[in-house]
Design a binder for this molecule. Structure first.
Ligand SMILES: Nc1ncnc2c1ncn2[C@@H]1O[C@H](COP(=O)(O)OP(=O)(O)O)[C@@H](O)[C@H]1O
Ligand SMILES: [Mg+2]
Length: 250
């Protein structure tokens, strides 16, 4: 719990965020800017060069899709954009913050306040209901408690999980858990939403519903969304498709 509180955002910093957001809305600078990103794992003979010089810019309100074969480095790149991992070389700027010039604590604050994640590794809290998990997301990002009830109800509704709000993750299917994770990530209304295969566990109808939701968040809230997918039909909604191959975007 100490860890959760330590990196929570204050209301002040959220107000600063919204001022910054207005500023960046009137000056269309990219919300994400990557230059010369290289990432190497391991050392000596086991070294693998996963990213070999990636440049990428995402503007406010853009929905970008990252595709590429399994193992091509999509998750690694999303982790770097989200400040969860640091590149071996290169510069990462998100919402005007230079990640490589910041300490861990400051980067964690930016992550919690400004970025929403839908990642396999960011599992739901096993002892909390769907409702409480979404509430935890709001608490961590510093949204005032007066707004929690409406936001949670709305986000669970958006992903079709209203009827399962009181269930814990182990009582839900993989797809239902994924939908709760989506509700949790979007509830704080982050500037930037990073989603790693968010529709992997969903059937076609539900995938379409989630893509419709992303499209609305993009157009109505100017949320910037970057997601990975294997699903060819998802590519239609993107306004930019990046393909990872041999450590670079092609
Ligand atoms: N922490 C790590 N340590 C060592 N190798 C890693 C690590 N994370 C990813 N890799 C390797 O980097 C490559 C790219 O992985 P990943 O980014 O997960 O690809 P994708 O998401 O496109 O399937 C893979 O070969 C994977 O084994
Ligand atoms: Mg992956």
């Amino acid at each position: 719990m100490a860890d959760l509180e330590q990196a929570s955002c204050s209301q002040d910093s959220l107000e600063e965020n919204s001022q910054e957001r207005e500023k960046s809305a009137s000056y269309p600078e990219p919300i994400v800017s990557l230059s010369g990103i290289c990432k190497t794992f391991g050392s000596g003979t086991t070294k693998i060069h996963v990213l070999k010089g990636v440049d990428m810019r995402l503007n406010m309100g853009q929905l970008a899709i990252l595709k590429g074969r399994s193992g091509s480095g999509k998750t690694t790149l999303l982790n770097i954009i989200g400040g969860l991992d640091m590149p071996t070389e290169g510069d990462v700027q998100v919402g005007g913050h230079h990640f490589h010039r910041m300490g861990d604590k400051e980067r964690t604050r930016v992550r919690k306040c400004e970025i929403g994640f839908i990642f396999q590794a960011f599992a739901l809290h096993p002892l909390m209901s769907a409702w409480e998990n979404v509430e935890l997301g709001l608490r961590l990002s510093g949204v005032s408690s007066a707004q929690w009830t409406d936001r949670i109800a709305d986000c669970l509704e958006q992903v079709g999980m209203t009827g399962r709000a009181q269930h814990r993750p182990y009582e839900l299917s993989g797809g239902e858990q994924q939908r709760v994770a989506i509700a949790k990530a979007i509830a704080p209304r982050p500037k930037l939403l990073l989603a790693d295969e968010p529709t992997a566990e969903l059937d076609t109808r539900m995938s379409e519903r989630i893509m419709g939701l992303f499209e609305r968040l993009r157009s109505e809230e100017r949320m910037t969304i970057c997601m990975t997918t294997h699903d060819q039909t998802m590519l239609e909604v993107a306004d930019h498709v990046y393909e990872m191959a041999d450590g670079r975007l092609v």
